[in-house]
Write a protein that binds this ligand. Structure first.
Ligand code: ZN
Ligand code: ZN
Length: 117
């Protein structure tokens, strides 16, 4: 019985090793695939036009003034300058076109980006 048991343990050990190797290989493959996708994305992406790649645009609410005139009664005399609620007084907001990435992947690829043409 003893040699048999030992053989069984050895087989189990081999399976564990193989399993571990498969897991490691899978994660390596996944990393390579992910890197490939990122590289492809980088290659296809172009500089965002609305923000010129700056990732930020002038706040649409305060127009970069950091403050807005706010009145609860629409009374010009009672207007008080308050910190812009949109940008929090920064005067800039995250570019919505590129979502703050600075680059976008165009839906319609320009001719120079297409290998087929
Ligand atoms: Zn603002
Ligand atoms: Zn942008």
């Amino acid at each position: 019985m003893k040699p048999l048991l030992r053989a069984g343990a050895a087989t189990a050990g081999t399976f564990v090793v193989i399993g571990g190797a498969t897991l490691a290989t899978t994660s390596v493959v996944m990393t390579v695939v992910r890197a490939g996708i990122n590289h492809r994305k980088k290659k296809l992406s172009i500089v965002c036009k609305p923000c010129s790649g700056q990732k930020l645009v002038v706040c649409s609410v305060c127009k970069g003034d950091n403050l807005i005139d706010w009145s609860p009664f629409e009374d010009p005399a009672g207007r008080t300058p308050v910190l812009c609620p949109m940008c929090g007084g920064y005067g800039e907001q995250k570019c919505l076109n590129c979502n703050g990435e600075g680059t976008v992947i165009p839906l319609q690829l320009p001719a120079w980006a297409s290998d087929a043409q």
